[in-house]
Design a protein around this ligand. Structure first.
Ligand code: AMP
Ligand code: MG
Length: 449
């Protein structure tokens, strides 16, 4: 059932076996339902596994919304040019429409035959040899003319214009259809509606757009110590923050969060809530995937006949992250469908980082969005960094500087439970698993939050 590649180093399989063994001793009555095997993979393997599964997912139709409500949504229709762009040869400078051959030697004096403003049709005006027409930016180039001389290089006196600079054929106007031809696809199905997409829709006369439905993403925080945000926590209790941070990340990725009640570290109630969560398009669990005796999430999922694609990634924070799927009958569907799930580690920084690294591609796919690669930016390291090798690290950091001078330094933090440090940071510094030390001034990768 585990389809994750087993190609990790010996160390990986040792970690994986150890991981399984701990699970099996967790709760005796669950011994038979533990994941058939565990797979700890590298960051890149984990990411590619998620991307691979995302390619098999499609979005559902969401109906028609008006243009501005479509902002941030994903198009479920193609947007096609309703006419040529530009629809006429469009002047890009204020000046004089000329025949380039007439001004091959300058100064040249041409007869002024008229003026064309933006919005005017050039009907009636034709530029013959030795003639010119005054033209404004955005106006149609008149027949006969094949270039525009900028007004700065001219002098008008009475009915004639002196041209002081030569101009190349085709200069200072855009030919009809040069940007796009009528019928050409300008936006594909699956495009995110951003300001450029809205501009295109408006330009082709679409005041409404057909979009994909926002996927419903269930969020299940787990842990006996976790209490609801409006309760007063006992001395050893913690308020639930993961459900809310995940909800924000889900919204930003284009999904709709469905927050379930917090699940205790007790298999019967946990199972009931997981089953509830599997009625959504995707289930995100937070907590309960580490090595502790009461980390039951994988055991309960295994009992529900889950397939696991990875049960850990060689990253920090977020190493125990789990990805898999369960076959479920979805409300409104007669046949069983695979519902993907992630078991995210419960430490709040780990929860947020693993969402960014792995969950986003599945939500994008469920939203109908075309796949997007994860791209890190580059900045110069401000002060030396020392780490242990073996894990790819995504550590809270502070990006500063301006324009081309981006600099980054690690935030001071107390580990992956430190949300105060996270809130004071604005990005993650990406440290490759083979680097023990990185010197100040080196170019490093940054994942912007
Ligand atoms: P776990 O992954 O369940 O071992 O939890 C790791 C750490 O994260 C523990 O210190 C938990 O108290 C904390 N934690 C787990 N779930 C949440 C949550 N929903 N909100 C805030 N902290 C949490
Ligand atoms: Mg826990």
């Amino acid at each position: 059932m585990v389809t994750a590649p087993e190609k990790g180093a010996d160390a990986n399989s040792r970690v994986a076996n150890e991981f399984s063994a701990r699970r099996l001793s967790a709760y005796d009555h669950f011994m038979t339902t533990a994941p058939a095997a565990s797979a700890v993979v590298t960051f890149e393997e984990a990411r590619h596994l998620v991307e691979h599964h995302a390619t098999g997912i499609s979005g559902a139709e969401g109906g028609v919304v008006d243009l501005l409500s479509a902002a941030g949504r994903v198009l479920s229709e193609k947007i096609v040019a309703d006419r040529d762009f530009p629809p006429f040869p469009r002047a890009t400078r204020d000046g004089y429409a000329v025949r380039a051959a007439d001004v091959s030697e300058v100064p040249a004096r041409l007869e002024l035959i008229g003026e064309i403003k933006a919005g005017d049709s050039s009907a009636g005006l034709t530029v013959q040899r030795g003639q010119t027409a005054s033209i404004m930016t955005g106006a149609p180039l008149p027949p006969g003319a094949d270039a525009v001389v900028m007004v700065e290089y001219t002098a008008q006196s009475g009915g004639t214009v002196e041209i002081k600079r030569t101009v190349k054929l085709g200069e200072n106007f855009v030919a009809c259809g040069a940007e796009a031809h009528v019928g050409q696809v300008l936006l594909e199905r699956g495009a995110r509606v951003d300001q450029a997409a809205v501009a295109i829709a408006a330009s082709v006369g679409k005041s409404t757009l057909q979009v994909f439905r926002k996927p419903r993403i269930a969020v299940l925080a787990t842990g006996d110590e976790i209490v609801a945000v409006d309760l007063t926590p006992g001395p050893a209790q913690i308020r639930n923050s993961n459900s809310y941070s995940l909800a924000v990340q889900i919204q930003n990725a284009g999904g709709e969060a469905v927050l379930l009640p917090v699940a205790p570290d007790e298999p019967v109630r946990l199972r009931a809530l997981i089953e509830e969560g599997l009625k959504s398009d995707l289930l995100l669990l937070a907590g309960g995937v580490s090595m502790g005796k009461f980390d039951l999430v994988e055991l309960v999922l295994a009992e529900l006949k889950a397939e696991f694609y990875f049960t850990g990634a060689l990253i920090q924070p977020g190493r125990p992250v789990v990805f898999g799927r369960c076959m479920r009958g979805r409300t409104g569907h007669s046949s069983a469908h695979p519902i993907y799930f992630f078991g995210l580690p419960g430490n709040p920084v780990s929860t947020m980082v693993t969402f960014e690294l792995f969950v986003r591609p599945i939500i994008l796919a469920l939203s109908g969005c075309a796949p997007q690669a994860l791209i890190f930016l580059k900045a110069r390291l401000k002060s030396n960094v020392r780490t242990k090798t073996g894990l790819k690290r995504f550590l809270p950091a502070i990006l500063s500087g301006e324009f081309e001078n981006a600099e980054v330094e690690l935030a001071r933090w107390q580990g992956s439970g430190d949300i105060a440090a996270l809130a004071a940071s604005n990005c993650y510094l990406v440290i490759p698993p083979d680097r023990e030390q990185i010197g100040a001034g080196e170019w490093v990768s940054v994942m912007v939050r």
